[in-house]
Each structure stands twice: as C-alpha cells, then as structure tokens.
Design a protein around this ligand. Structure first.
Ligand code: NAD
Length: 295
C-alpha cells in the first residue's frame, strides 16, 4: 500500500525533486474546489511557470493561459493531506485477494495472510497490477483492467551546484528522447540545490525499459545539453514502469456491489491527477450509495 503514487518526490542530501507527476491542472468545478481546499491548507499552490516548447523546427513559448498547480512544498503534499486521519499500512504488497463467507481476506508478500477480515476491497493501483489480483476473484474486472495500456517513463533527476542560466522554468520537448524538462526549484516552496527533472517520451522509454540507468542517464543528459542545459554534478534515475495510460474506463471507475469490490485510478480516467481524484471520488460515491441502501 502506498500514498500518493506518482505524485512523488525523491529527496537526497540537500536536494529534492518531483520525479513523477510534474504539476496538475483543474478543469472540473468539483476538482477546482478541492484544489482550493489544498491551497487553503498550504498543500498546493499555482505554478506560473515560464514554459518553452521545443518543436522539431525550433523553439517557441507555450501558448494558452492554462493554470497549473503543484503540491507545496513538494508534490507529495496533497496525498499526505488526503491521508490525514486514515490508518495506513505501508510496506505491505498485497498479492492476493480471497473471498470468504464473512468478507475479504488479503495476503501480502511481506506478512502472508493478514489476520483481519475486510468488508470491501477497492484497488487504486496501476491496471497491470490490478489485473492479476482481480483475475481469480472477478474475471470481468480483470479483463477491463487488462484493456488499459500503460507505458513506461524514464525520469532523471539532475542536481547542480548553481542555477542554470536558462530563460525558462520548464519545457515541452516534441522531438528526440525527451518530452518534458523542469527546474524543480522554480516551483513554489522549494529550497535546496538546483534540481531539474527530465522525462523521456513513452516510445523512447519503452524501447529502453531494460537498459542500465547509467546508459539511460548518459543519453538523456546529452539531449538536455542539446537544449541548452549542462552536465550535472550528480543524478538519480527512476524507471516508472506504469506512467502513461492509453485507454479509459467508462465512468472512471468500476464497482461490483455484490462482491463489494471496486477499481479506480488515473488509468481508468484519462491519466491525469484530476482524473485520478475524480475516479477515486466516483468509486467512493458508489460505496456510500451501497452503504445507504437498505438490505
Ligand atoms: P497540460 O500542461 O498538458 O495543459 C494543456 C496545454 O499545455 C495545451 O493546451 C498546450 O498549450 C500545452 N501543451 C501540452 N503539451 C504540449 C506539448 N507537447 N507541446 C506544446 N504545448 C503543450 O496539462 P494537462 O492536460 O493537465 O496534462 C498534464 C501533463 O502531464 C500532460 O502534458 C501529460 O502529457 C503529462 N503526463 C505525463 C506523464 C508521464 O509519465 N510523463 C503521465 C501522465 C501525464
């Protein structure tokens, strides 16, 4: 069980860097209201970034007036806020679900069969991880999860002794191995060494999925230098195995009331932070309706 998923931050000696979701937008009224709640709690803030676009035929500034937000002081903050008051058990890799007469039993890689009996199970994990859990107990849901195609994303975190003299905070890159680069220190509330996050494209990441991190880092740093960046004083790599999703689930979640079993996640709802939140909220709505239904 984890908290926040890809709204993740890596921290080292004197540095930190968001290496998963880089920011989020808020288009739906309900999600905008939720982001206001996060802002009021100090867990999120607008990020008025200077964003460049590197197209194959040259550089331009990003168009539009899209308002982007980040977690403050790091991307994990909204997840922490949402988890306040919940009893969470980390380091517990659930690897099988069993339905007994009295409810659900879970087994984990670390602790074997857990003692407790659970009334219901909601899976908020990447589709390829949900699929094997669902297969023995709910084949139809497993087949739905199997239809979502999730692609990998190599992320590289670079740290520098001094700020880079680049005239943008982030860039969409529409050619070569990179798709996104961002100066983490340009986001609100960040302190410490100058760090940059590089995200490789889905196609490139899939092709290099089994490559050694050293080779991946070398190639991505070369591409960063070609965009005006510099060689870092240190780096850390992270391979997101399940980052980008191709297909959506109608309704943004699935709930089987008879089994009290549900699935949600960004993969079920467009692949963005807002989609993940709305998917979880939709599933929670099904559970509340179920609890309110007299039986
Ligand atoms: P967004 O920043 O994509 O907002 C949309 C606007 O941003 C567009 O109207 C356009 O003006 C600009 N834009 C987006 N991509 C561009 C590009 N390649 N070139 C030029 N301009 C571009 O916000 P969103 O819709 O909330 O999406 C969030 C972002 O997160 C997306 O860019 C998405 O691809 C990315 N994402 C990345 C991963 C990953 O693992 N790397 C996973 C999920 C989502």
């Amino acid at each position: 069980m984890a908290r926040g998923g890809r709204t993740a931050t890596r921290r080292g000696d004197g540095w930190a860097c968001d290496h998963g979701a880089q920011y989020f937008t808020a288009r739906d009224a309900q999600f905008r209201a939720e982001v206001e709640r996060w802002r009021a709690a100090g867990a999120a803030a607008p990020w008025p970034a200077r964003i460049a676009v590197f197209d194959p035929d040259g550089r331009r500034n990003a168009s539009g007036d899209e308002q982007r937000f980040v977690g403050t002081p790091r991307m994990t903050a909204p997840g922490r806020l949402l988890a306040e008051g919940l009893e969470l058990r980390a380091q517990t890799t659930v690897n099988s679900l069993r339905r007994d007469a009295g409810g659900w039993r879970l087994a984990s890689a670390e602790h074997g069969l857990l003692d407790e009996m659970f009334h219901g199970v909601l899976l908020a994990v990447p589709a390829p991880q949900a699929e094997p859990l669902l297969r023995p107990v709910a084949p139809a849901l497993a087949t739905l999860a199997a239809q979502a195609r999730m692609h990998g994303c190599w992320a590289l975190m670079l740290r520098f002794a001094a700020p880079l003299a680049l005239d943008f905070d982030a860039a969409f890159v529409n050619h070569g191995p990179l798709r996104w680069i961002a100066r983490d220190r340009a986001k609100p509330g960040r302190t410490g060494l100058e760090t940059w996050t590089l995200h490789a494209s889905a196609e490139w990441s899939e092709a290099q999925l089994e490559e050694a991190p050293e080779r991946v880092a070398g190639l991505l740093i070369d591409a960063f230098i070609a965009l005006g960046g510099s060689a870092p004083q240190g780096w850390a790599a992270h391979r997101w195995r399940y980052a980008i999703t191709d297909s959506a689930l109608a309704g943004g979640c699935a709930w089987h009331a008879d089994q009290r079993l549900g699935v949600c996640g960004d993969w079920a709802n467009g692949g963005r932070v807002e989609g993940a939140w709305s998917s979880g909220r939709a599933l929670a709505g099904h559970v509340l309706d179920h609890l309110a239904t007299p039986r």
